[in-house]
Design a protein around this ligand. Structure first.
Ligand code: PXP
Length: 237
């Protein structure tokens, strides 16, 4: 299982003082040295955490692939086309949200997605769509030309009691279906040291993107140790 480390939260801490520390580039380098398979960053339209210069510096200085999360806003699409990350993950974005709240409404943005995906793929960039574990949306993702999907595990992560199993089954079914129609399957959002194990065991799931729980644990044990602990948990198959 590949592990992408989302370091947006390091940038959030830096932006709290609008200064230079903690360094997001250093976080990317430590993550790479600790065994991260990808670095994941989200350049939001409002630039609330990751800044354009972070994207440029990280792209220029890491050897592992960059997973660039972005909305469909033209300015950000142009940034992706300019820096040519290994992979783009298209996410919905609302100004008022604390974090990405739901999966992409692929049907609603069908035309725009077809156009943007074509432009990104022409530059050799792999395109993934961040979607809820819904079979209809997964089918739409294939139709608009995506190479991969990232299944939103937010509902799973918040589920308690009986709902936990229900949400886990939804993710399992979604992975199986996406794989059967030829999409590469990733997952992420809300995963932590307690709940990641069940997800990591799902066959055909090849990549997880995790941020908040790892950066939170890093406060106590350091980033390298926090990543190593997560790596050990996700490498169960
Ligand atoms: N994947 C996507 C598409 C996301 O938007 C986020 C949050 O930025 C993550 C994964 C990581 O989520 P978390 O920080 O809850 O681990």
């Amino acid at each position: 299982m590949l592990l992408g480390i989302n370091i947006d939260h390091v940038a959030t801490l830096r932006q709290a003082r609008m200064g230079v520390e903690p360094s997001v580039l250093d976080a990317a380098i430590v993550a790479e040295q600790a065994g991260a398979d990808l670095i994941t960053i989200h350049l939001r339209e409002d630039r609330r955490h990751i800044q354009d210069r972070d994207v440029d510096q990280i792209k220029a200085n890491i050897k592992i692939p960059l997973n660039f999360e972005m909305s469909l806003v033209e300015e950000i699409v142009l940034k992706a086309l300019a820096i040519k990350p290994y992979k783009v993950t298209i996410v919905p974005e609302k100004r008022e949200e604390i974090t990405t709240e739901g999966g992409l409404n692929v049907d609603l943005y069908r035309q725009r997605l077809v156009e943007v995906i074509k432009r990104l793929k022409n530059e050799g960039i792999i395109v993934s769509l961040f979607v809820d574990p819904s079979l209809d949306v997964i089918k739409d993702s294939k139709d608009v030309g995506a190479d991969a999907i990232e299944i939103h595990t937010g509902q799973y992560s918040h589920a308690k009691g009986e709902d936990f199993q229900v949400e886990l089954e939804k993710v399992k079914k979604a992975v199986k279906y996406a794989d059967s129609i030829g999409l590469e399957v990733h997952a992420g959002h809300g995963l932590n040291y307690q709940n990641v194990g069940y997800i990591a065991k799902i066959p055909k799931l090849v990549e997880l993107n995790i941020g908040h729980s790892i950066i939170s644990r890093a406060v106590f044990v350091g980033l390298e140790q926090a990543i190593k602990e997560m790596k050990a948990l996700v490498n169960v198959l």
